[in-house]
Structure formats: C-alpha cells, structure tokens
Design a protein around this ligand. Structure first.
Ligand code: LIP
Length: 287
C-alpha cells in the first residue's frame, strides 16, 4: 500500500466535504432540471460510443465556477474541458456526469462525483482523496466521506453510516464491473470476465464507477473491479468505499489506477484480486 500523503497546513477534510456536498448537489439539480427535451450527443471522445452531452460540460462548468468561488487557490481537474492548476496542494477532481450513457438513455444510474484530493492526480500513486461526494440525482442518494471520518449515505435529510458487506468468499460475492469504450479493450475485458464469472455469485454492470464504488460501501454489491478508470471516475467513490471499510487497490495491492481497480470487503477483496490476477495472466496483455 502507498504511504499516506500529508494534508496541507490548515486543510480540514470536513470543511472540504461540506464544499463538495454543496457544489455536487447544485450540479445534480442542474443536470435534472435543465436537461433539454432534445438531449443528444454533443461530441464523442475515444470512440463513437464515448459520448459527451451538453449537460456534461454544463455540469462541469458549474462545478468549476462554484469551486473557484469557494476555494479560489485550489486546483481543478474534470473529465471535460476546463482544468486549472492550484497553489494550495488541494485539487478538485470531478466527474460532472458519471454514467453519461445512462444519463443519455434515461437509465437511473448516473451521478455527480466531486472529490478534493492531495498530491498530483495526474500521477498514479501520487495522490489520495481527502473528501468526496457522489450524488445520484434520480434516487436522491448522497454518498459522502472525509478522510478519517467515515462514510455516509444520505437520503431525505437523514445520513446513515456505511459499512461494507461481509461476503465471506468470492463464490458468494455479487460483483460489479464495467467496460471501456474501445472494441479491443472490450474484447480483453470480456475475456477476463469469462474467467471471473464462474467464480462469483453473479455480475452486475450498472454503468457508473462512482456509484459502483458506493454500492460496495453500502453493501448492495460485495465487490467491484474495472480496468480503464480515470481519476475523475474513481476519486470520490474510492474514499467512500475505504471509509466504509473496503479495500480499494490495483492488482498489485497499491493505489487503484487505470490498470485496474479492485474493491471489496477485506475477506473478498483478496480473493477477487487473486482471481483477477490469474485471469489477466491467462488472457494475456491487451492487443
Ligand atoms: C463511465 C464509468 C463506468 C465505465 C464506463 C464509463 P463516464 O464513466 O463510470 O464505470 O464502465 O465505460 O467510463 O464515461 O460515464 O463518465
């Protein structure tokens, strides 16, 4: 596991969490209330299925503006256009709509993910989240965590502490996963899934990494893995899951990164990490 990163002087995780909650809720309201009736694909990125809507950019623009108002000297990095450096040692890493395809289709599994991190989110292993919020605007669930202060799920003004499920073995684990947007990546992920599927209770592919990590935190899935995640996909959910007692690592047991994220309760995380290592070794490298 990587070393803990020190908090910059004067930084309080609970204060950053309050800001994350405020701006995430504003963005969550925007993407529902301002969704145009004729919402379509504004542009595509890595492939024709890697879509961006006007609301992805509008949500990120709101988050950027509001965080600049509240924490003007912090850095900002999001999935869409418009990042900026900071001078405080804190960077806000946001996914303005995580689960964009679900949002485009009207499937109720998407979220606004906002995290305050220390270190450099552009360098794997060189950063950690210290406050994070994931809001599902359809269900009203607000997942929140601050480093050292636990994780909660709030609905209707009531916040309940989160603890991971206690699945004792992989064969009884309900496991979430996800897939990238490129055909070669998906072929490789499908081959790995074919190895893992017989070893778990079942698989769920829900379409939002941030919400998948929060489901590990609240026990509605026992485990989650995915290759190809960006810092904005995982930053807030990583903290929610670990503050709820989950282990969240890469295949080597270090910080999660684009190579792989493996999340689960202490007993099932190790088994899943071993099963994935065997599967990846068997399938071989991506083309
Ligand atoms: C999504 C992730 C999801 C992954 C999708 C996509 P986006 O993020 O949250 O886990 O499987 O392919 O990357 O693109 O909706 O922000």
């Amino acid at each position: 596991m990587t070393r803990a990163l020190p908090l910059p002087e004067g930084v309080a995780p609970l204060e950053l969490l309050a800001i994350a909650r405020t701006v995430a809720l504003e963005a969550a309201a925007l993407i529902v209330d301002e969704r145009p009736g004729d919402l379509g694909v504004a542009e595509t990125k890595s492939s024709r299925t890697d879509v961006v809507t006007v609301m992805d950019q509008a949500s990120q623009d709101l988050l950027s503006r509001r965080i600049a108002e509240l924490r003007p000297d912090d850095g900002f990095a999001g999935e869409e256009r418009g990042g900026r450096p900071g001078s405080t040692g804190i960077t806000w890493v946001v996914d303005p709509i995580d689960g964009t395809v679900n949002y485009l289709y009207g499937l109720a599994a998407y979220a606004v993910s906002v995290a305050a991190v220390v270190g450099d989110p552009g360098r794997p292993g060189a950063w950690r989240p210290v406050a994070g919020v994931v809001v599902n605007p359809v269900s009203g669930e607000i997942f929140a965590a601050a480093a050292g202060h636990g994780a909660t799920r709030g609905e209707g003004g009531i916040a309940r502490p989160l603890r991971v499920a206690g699945a004792g073995s992989l064969d009884l684990a309900l496991c979430a996963t996800g897939f990238g947007y490129g055909a070669r990546r998906r072929a490789w992920q499908g081959a790995v899934l074919a190895e893992v599927l017989p070893q778990v209770r079942d698989i769920r592919r829900l379409g939002s990494a941030a919400l998948d990590l929060c489901r590990v935190a609240d026990g509605t899935v026992d485990a989650y893995y995915e290759r190809g995640l960006n810092p904005w996909d995982l930053a807030a959910g990583w903290l929610v899951a670990t503050e709820a007692g989950a282990l969240v690592t890469d295949l080597a047991g270090d910080d999660p990164d684009e190579s792989m994220l493996v999340a689960g309760g202490p007993r099932v995380h190790g088994e899943l990490r071993a099963a994935l290592t065997r599967a990846v070794d068997g399938v071989g490298p991506e083309d």
